[in-house]
Design a protein around this ligand. Structure first.
Ligand code: GAP
Length: 452
């Protein structure tokens, strides 16, 4: 079925490689974990940073119409009241009447093959009853009700209604609350955008599918402020930019799909949304979103704060509250898409080989350098020399002299290192060249160090 098209790699392969090779571990692993949280290991954090830096370069540094911001995670509770999150940032919840375990009603319905788009809470309750849908433990389910996904906390030594705050469920509001500050200090021409990367938190009812649905994750968001008369043009511009982004991640176009979200399935603030979906190993699911948020947020802020959010077009008396196009990217889903698109298995010398065909600009390690054997001081010294040169140039270079050369290649293949550089006796005695092995073809060439 087109809807459930899966890539060949299984989720188990990705999760297992991620843990085995130090990309991603379960959060609080040593204490048995904490559901919906994940920790990045040395290679995972390198991959994640490469993705985030690429995004920042493409969408902030390389453009004239963008500025970056980095707002506090904890914000005044009025932010979340005005934005509508306190009232409407909810998911449908059902409870197993025996075990009291809670589930997302739409997930249970989807798992039972029922199309949930556009169903109200009452509809879901009715379908559960009519179709006799039970909990995963086979028990009766409660009525469906809403569950607010924001993590609540209190700020300061006194816990009362005034000190309530929330861990932000989206980074976007940190941008909207700084819109006026940036306009007053930078006077940007419309259209212009503000970009932010950072943590977001959602108390997901049932976190699942590895890092795909977690309770703590990172977003990379852009709020692009436009003259309302031109919103369609800017929406189209960002639609094309999203495609440029998925290409830069190395995702093949045939696995990325646009889904025009129907009106009753859109977020409360959106007049048009396209979900960009990817063929993950778990099926076709949302990778990122592109929404037309209108003047919903700035108008709400204006109303709730009493501050004027109008933009005055330079040299004129024309004033209006700008409208907003929002491309919203999830870091974890980008990491998961990159890992699953890069995962390969083939056969080398009669043995199964696993490798990650990561684009070189995202690979956690660019070059691995080693002496052919580690007990020949002259080979080790020359290899160290080459390593120092490459390390200075690229940073992401690994010294790897563990085990025999075959084992090193396998290890580097699994972490997606594009090239392994080996210093052998020919380097010292014959040509001065180093051997460079290509991860994808396994072919070796002899090159000058300067050619790397
Ligand atoms: N500001 C708009 C917004 O937050 P969203 O569709 O709720 O929109 C944007 O989230 C992106 O954030 C998603 O497309 C996804 O990549 C990521 N995301 C959302 N919830 C997530 C979760 N629980 N775990 C991991 N990523 C998530």
């Amino acid at each position: 079925m087109e809807q459930n098209k899966k890539q060949e790699t299984s989720m188990e392969n990705i999760v297992s490689l991620a843990k085995r090779r130090g990309f991603i571990y379960p959060g609080s692993d040593v204490y048995g974990g904490l559901s919906g949280t994940w920790d990045y290991g040395p290679l995972g954090v390198a991959l994640k940073r490469n993705i985030m830096q690429l995004w920042w370069k493409m969408f902030v540094e390389d453009r004239d119409d963008m500025h970056g911001v980095d707002a506090a995670i904890l914000m005044n509770q009025k932010v979340w009241q005005a934005s509508g999150h306190v009232d409407t940032f909810t998911d449908p919840l059902v409870e197993d009447l025996e075990t009291k375990q809670r589930y997302r009603a739409d997930h249970l319905l989807k798992d039972a093959g029922i199309v949930v788009d556009g169903l109200s809470l009452d509809d879901m309750t009715r379908v559960i009853k009519e179709q006799g849908i039970k909990s995963p433990n086979g028990n009766e389910l409660s009525e469906v009700r809403t569950f607010n996904m924001m993590f609540k906390t209190t700020v300061g030594p006194v816990a009362n209604d005034e000190s309530i705050s929330y861990l932000r469920p989206e980074t976007a509001q940190g941008i909207f609350t700084n819109y006026k500050n940036v306009v007053d200090t930078f006077y940007p021409d419309l259209p212009f955008g503000l970009a932010q990367q950072g943590k977001a938190f959602r108390n997901e009812i049932s976190p699942r599918d590895f890092i795909f649905r977690s309770r703590e994750f990172e977003q990379m968001e852009i709020e692009y402020f436009v003259d309302p008369a031109t919103w369609e043009e800017s929406f189209e511009h960002w639609r094309q930019q999203v495609w440029a982004w998925t290409k830069a991640l190395g995702l093949s176009d045939e696995h990325v799909h646009e889904l025009e979200v129907a009106e009753n399935d859109r977020a409360h603030y959106s007049k048009r949304t396209i979900d960009f979906e990817y063929d993950f190993p778990i099926g076709r699911e949302e990778l990122l979103g592109l929404a037309y948020r209108t003047d919903f947020d700035l108008n709400n802020i204006q109303r709730a704060s009493g501050k004027n959010m109008e933009y005055t077009v330079k040299g004129t008396n024309t004033k209006f509250v700008p409208h907003v196009i929002e491309p919203s990217f999830g870091v974890e889903r980008s990491v998961m898409a990159v890992l699953s698109s890069a995962y390969r298995e083939d056969e080398v010398n009669g043995e199964t080989r696993i490798y990650l065909a990561l684009p070189a600009h995202l690979a956690p390690v660019r070059y691995a350098v080693s002496p052919l054997v580690r007990n020949k001081p002259e080979l080790v010294a020359k290899a160290r020399e080459v390593y120092d040169v490459l390390k200075k140039k690229y940073g992401a270079v690994m010294w790897d002299d563990n085990g025999n050369i075959g084992k090193r290649y396998r290890r580097q293949d699994e972490i997606g290192t594009p090239y392994c550089v080996v210093i052998d006796f020919d380097t010292l005695e014959t040509d001065g060249l180093v051997s460079v092995r290509d991860r994808d073809t396994t072919e070796q060439r002899r090159l000058e160090v300067e050619e790397l």
